[in-house]
Design a protein around this ligand. Structure first.
Ligand code: NAP
Ligand code: HSE
Length: 428
């Protein structure tokens, strides 16, 4: 009889709970498909007494998650506690050093320690898999490392944070305030333990840095991702964008330029009628351009219990079937150090200014933009009752450097009441 694959789960929250439910519900199906049983032998979380809505009575309990990685009856450790260092890192490293496979959903940890962990896994001859860490339930890591492995990848782009897409689309759909929609996203289990990591663009940037490594054969370089969050995007911006035929998305782009790897994660305007523009709720979408295949598009739920458990079990099944591939699609020792590209491509921008309603202010602003070579395409001053005049400008294609210099000068004007908003317009 084929021996079962014995797994331990560190973390029993949204994701860990979903994994237990899936294994309990689909045990027979998983066994048929993998050719061996998938058995949970031990689990760990902070509070042993917490009611988690699942029956844990058949599993050994460890107070210390690192102890899971030292047990003889564990072949594979699933790390779903979170945190870039601390117990998560200790648990994963101990498992890899002890020759146990690891599956994790922890993008924050891999964005910082992915290279050393990949080397550890490859030296021990075990798998380190992380499908759930990127774009929730979408099998994008598998697509890049396996299905598209014959292609030179020219660009990876997409919406990679479910919480932000949920917030932006719910604000537009219901007119609800940002803070209220964020609370809903937390209640639905989409957000990180510290949701500022989501809305600040950091979580999506972690994910982008992992995909960049697979796509371009470079060491994970999270520190070089240019990051802007959605915190300053207002309902007014969402409505203004819609009036002009755009939706606002937290969009990531990674591509190899002549001067190095360009990685940016920032709120952008995209055509409202494009697939990205129509992406609703917690959904994610990743667009991959390959030299032989052309463009491929992957869409699905980007967060939540079921989709994340699904991605974890996909990895577990591969390991059960004996598939062990290099963590970032090629042996970690051969991944290159990339220069961070500062070139970036020119683009049109949506600008929103909050200015005192005084004679001559508009002329001054237009002059400053002109002095930096920023040309105005469209302009709209929305009706207002008070001292502040909300002014929206859409520029022609311009460099971000020139635009930032102009915006710094405009911000310093006595008539400027708040820092301007600048959102890149992606034509896709
Ligand atoms: P969560 O609901 O907050 O659950 C975290 C679990 O880890 C809890 O069971 C907690 O124990 C346990 N834990 C935390 N610190 C621990 C420690 N020091 N020792 C032992 N156990 C500890 O988080 P989650 O949403 O499931 O997310 C877990 C991981 O998956 C994170 O890396 C996250 O980024 C990633 N992820 C989440 C999603 C999602 O949609 N939620 C999607 C993709 C990836 P207690 O329950 O006892 O407090
Ligand atoms: N907080 C993350 C998100 C979870 O909202 O996308 C999935 O990685």
């Amino acid at each position: 009889m084929t021996k079962p694959l014995k797994i331990a789960i560190a973390g029993l929250g949204t994701v860990g709970g979903g994994i237990v439910k899936m294994v309990q519900k689909h045990g027979a199906l998983l066994e048929k498909r993998a050719g061996k049983a998938i058995e949970i032998t031990a689990v760990s979380a902070r509070s042993r007494g917490k009611d988690r809505g699942v029956d844990l009575s058949g599993y050994a309990w460890e107070d210390n998650p690192v102890a899971l990685s030292q047990r003889d009856d564990v072949d594979l450790v699933i790390e779903v506690m979170g945190g870039e260092d601390g117990p998560a890192k200790a648990c994963v490293e101990t498992a890899l050093q002890n020759g146990k496979h690891v599956v994790t959903a922890n993008k924050a940890m891999l964005a910082l320690h992915g290279q050393s962990m990949a080397e550890m896994a490859e030296n021990s001859g075990v798998a380190l898999r992380y499908e759930a860490a990127v774009a929730g339930g979408i099998p994008i890591v598998k697509a890049l490392t396996e299905g598209l492995a014959g292609n030179g990848i020219t660009r990876v782009m997409g919406v990679m944070n479910g919480t932000c897409n949920y917030i932006l689309t719910e604000m537009e759909r219901t007119g609800a305030a940002y803070a209220d929609v964020l609370k809903d996203a937390q209640a639905l289990g989409y957000a990180e333990a510290d949701p500022s990591v989501d809305v600040g663009g950091i979580d999506a940037a972690h994910k982008l840095s992992l995909l960049s490594s697979v796509a371009f054969g470079t060491k994970v370089d999270f520190a070089s991702v240019q990051i802007e969050g959605i915190e300053r995007v207002s309902l007014a911006d969402i409505k203004n964008a819609r009036d002009m035929g755009f939706s606002i998305k937290l969009l990531g782009v990674s591509r190899m330029n002549a001067d190095g790897l360009e990685q940016r994660m920032q709120p952008c305007l995209v055509p409202a009628n494009s697939p990205l523009g129509q992406l609703d709720g917690v959904s994610n979408m990743v667009v991959v351009d390959g030299d032989f295949i052309g463009q491929t598009v992957y869409q699905g739920p980007g967060a939540g219990e079921g989709p994340t458990a699904s991605a974890i079990l996909g990895d577990v099944m591969d390991i059960a079937r004996g598939l062990v591939i290099p963590v970032f699609g090629q042996p970690a020792a051969g991944l290159s150090n990339s220069e961070a590209s500062r070139a970036g491509s020119d683009a049109a921008y949506y600008l929103r200014f909050s200015l005192q309603d005084q004679a001559g202010v508009l002329a001054t602003l237009a002059t400053i933009l002109g002095n930096f070579g920023v040309s105005i395409n469209r302009m709209h001053q929305y009706s207002h009752g008070g001292q502040s005049a909300p002014l929206v400008i859409v520029t022609h294609a311009t460099s971000r450097t020139a635009l930032d210099q102009a915006l710094a000068e405009i911000s310093a004007l006595p008539a400027s009441l708040a820092a301007p908003i600048a959102l890149r317009i992606e034509t896709l």
